[in-house]
Design a protein around this ligand. Sequence first.
Ligand code: NAD
Ligand code: WQD
Length: 338
Amino acid sequence: MTHILLTGGAGYIGSHTALALLRAGYPVISFDNYSNSSTSALERVTQLAAGNITTLSGDIRDEAALREVFRQHKISAVVHFAGLKAVGESTEMPLHYYDNNVAGTVTLCRVMREFNVKKLVFSSSATVYGDAKTVPIAESAPRSATNPYGQSKLMIELILEDLVKAEPDWGITLLRYFNPVGADSSGQIGEDPNGIPNNLMPFIAQVAVGQRPKLSVFGDDYPTHDGTGVRDYIHVSDLAAGHLKALQYLETHQGIEAINLGTGTGYSVLDMVKTFSAINQVAVPYQIAPRRPGDIASCYAKPDKALSLLGWQAEKTLDDMVRDSWRWQSQNPNGYSS
Ligand code: NAD
Ligand code: WQD
């Protein structure tokens, strides 16, 4: 039996993708060092979906441990989520980010090649577009990065492009996620950030549940419809479905493709706050605060390539996103340690 290996499979997007893969009948192996996740996530996944899942603890920088995984299991493709993702932390610990994200990916690819596994779905990010000149953003837009986290994603894209140039029998998709939010509609798995959330949606949810007094809205003087930042929020279950489509695409395609996973619609910070309150009938107190350094005004995807190449498009609405985020947060006020 062949398996799909998920590096970082216990994380936010990895656990939702594991669930989607199990529901579609794929045997799954997760390999995660739990540096930013809990073993509970995949335990809950196994309760939600009958299926074949093996959960392994290990670090992608540990070449010997990775070899053991490939030696012991027949693996047909890898979905590579494992990485550190906190922008602020990356500026304080650049070497740690480059080591974990970039060196970790090189090690993974080396072991994949050794075992002749050459299908890879990589978690890239809209962060590789930097401060895009125009929206919606197509995959052909110029790339740049303003912090070590973003640089690490950009470097990995370049490394994987060079790999495919040298060895054209690899099949790689660079999935550029926009802003993942929401949770499985069961409310059993979701986003469980360590400490103070960096991202908007978990912050809103923690304010709504009473863990934080109010949200700071970072800037109301951007050139957007209400002055607050605009982003392309995408439901994590739609994102998970996109990984399935990417794996199916790689069954018959070689080469490398960068593909946006977004909805194509931008919502502002205040759109998010107001929709969350209205749909969930819960207060989200907020104050206007100064802009956050490094933030851009507006970022949303041109999602056409995902539809034409993968046959994928986002299906969930903003109402679904805020409803499912709230179901997870209100049922698990302290995340997996609730
Ligand atoms: P997450 O932190 O919830 O998941 C990442 C998982 O990788 C965690 O379980 C962590 O323990 C694991 N991990 C980290 N370093 C590892 C290592 N060296 N070896 C083994 N496991 C390791 O993050 P997420 O939101 O699920 O993101 C998944 C991927 O998607 C990341 O690569 C991230 O950069 C990328 N991404 C995320 C977002 C977002 O906003 N969530 C947006 C764009 C791209
Ligand atoms: C969204 C909007 C903020 C928090 C980041 C990374 C990016 C990607 C996704 C991984 C912005 C505003 C936020 C708050 C606020 N990650 N905001 N108050 O900045 O688009 O992207 O996560 O690849 O690389 O940079 O997402 O959720 O942090 O912010 O007003 O407390 O919400 O200013 O306009 P962002 P975000």
